[in-house]
Design a protein around this ligand. Structure first.
Ligand code: ADP
Ligand code: DP6
Ligand code: CO
Length: 351
């Protein structure tokens, strides 16, 4: 007869897992921004958001169970993780352990190829990769929707990096229990027409931001008189964005994305005290984008919680856009990204 174990003593081999897994995920850039939470603990957003997952800057994360260890051991970019970064990862592993009914600590190693904490979505690729690797290592059998909801608990934007291409993250209904709300907020792919887009990423400053996205959006919601109007207009932007994507209308997609991002920055500039991520170099790139449009090239900018600029354009125009941005900020680095894949497990042989 099969022995009955208390759940936290079940050996992972009982669940058909080797207790270790490696996953890869890419950052995503929002065209309709997530800014503001209605629940900090569950990471439930105030607004729906919509993004494109990139084919550049992968994060690779491995998770190995360490049954004899008394604590989690985590490296981030080759160094032991500490402080807030460690706390967020341990909290996330605690959630996975609770769901798996398995108390084992873990060894986690994560490498970003995107600058960390620079407004280039390292928390998105980071927690999407961690969600996929940790779920597999702890023997949780989750579909893509459940993985997206799980990744969300690490960093909201990570919910979207579970999927490739374009994805919408549903805020979910306000009413109901905490469990229902937790289950109802996840990302899913968005249908897109004939678009063939590129995102030219202008890295004007790869250094870490002075205020994390988490702290900045909290301050904005708490103190900015512009937050509520932006949240209302953002929901309208999302409806228009979905139609523009379906129609393959790059001009409309770009215009809506640019105004949505500038509106988000307006909300934080009006926070008390103000949060300002945009630098002189950011504005120089914005000027070059305006000039491209005057020259008849559809190019539109979006910025996240950092000074770096992502320019949406047609793939056929990407080299010309990259060139214009390079000239504008000679000290910066420019990358051409296209829609990329969703988060995935690597097999033992690296596939
Ligand atoms: P970003 O613009 O890079 O997403 P955030 O302020 O949202 O900046 O988040 C940065 C934080 O995300 C880091 O300080 C760290 O806590 C977390 N993070 C970044 N990369 C990873 C990773 N690979 N694995 C786990 N957590 C990560
Ligand atoms: C400006 O997902 O990094 O990039 O949920 O607190 O981890 P936490 O915040 P995060 O916020 C991203 C904000 C943004 C816009 C976006 O990606 O939608
Ligand atoms: Co982030």
């Amino acid at each position: 007869m099969h022995a009955e174990f208390p759940t936290n003593l079940i050996d992972v081999r009982e669940r058909g897992t080797a207790g270790r897994a490696t996953a890869v995920a890419h950052p995503n850039i929002a065209l309709i921004k997530y800014w503001g939470k209605r629940d900090e603990h569950l990471v439930l957003p105030r607004v729906d958001s919509l993004s494109m997952t990139l084919n550049v800057f992968p994060t690779t994360t491995s998770v190995r169970l360490a049954p004899r260890s008394g604590s989690d051991m985590v490296t981030l970019n080759g160094r032991p993780a500490a402080g807030e970064a460690l706390r967020r990862i341990v909290d996330f592993l605690d959630l996975v352990r609770e769901r798996a009914g398995l108390a084992h600590r873990a060894v986690v190693d994560s490498e970003n190829t995107v600058p960390t904490g620079a407004g280039l979505a390292s928390s998105a690729s980071g927690f999407a990769a961690l969600a996929v690797a940790a779920a597999a290592a702890y023997g949780l059998d989750l579909d893509a929707t459940a993985l997206s909801g799980l990744a969300r608990r690490g960093s909201g934007s990570a919910s979207r990096s579970v999927f490739g291409g374009f994805a919408v993250w549903h805020a979910g209904p306000d009413a109901g229990s905490a469990e229902e709300a937790d289950r109802s907020s996840y990302a899913e792919p968005v249908p897109v027409g004939d678009l063939d887009p590129a995102l030219v990423v202008a890295v004007v400053d790869a250094g870490p931001k002075p205020v994390s996205s988490r702290a900045a959006m909290r301050r904005t919601v708490d103190t900015s008189p512009l937050y509520e109007p932006w949240a209302v207009s953002s929901q309208a932007d999302l409806i228009e964005m979905r139609a523009a994507l379906l129609a393959g209308d790059i001009e409309a997609v770009g215009e809506i994305a640019e105004r949505n991002a500038l509106g988000m920055h307006a909300t934080m500039l009006a926070a008390r005290p103000a949060v300002r991520y945009l630098s002189p170099a950011t504005l120089t790139v914005l000027d070059s984008v305006l000039r491209l449009r005057q020259d008849g090239i559809p190019a539109y900018a979006t910025m996240d919680a950092g000074p770096n600029v992502k320019v949406l354009c047609r793939r056929v125009d990407a080299d010309r856009v990259a060139e214009a941005v390079c000239v504008a900020v000679p000290g910066g680095a420019v990358h051409i990204a296209e829609p990329g894949p969703g988060a995935r497990l690597l097999h033992g042989d690296g596939r």
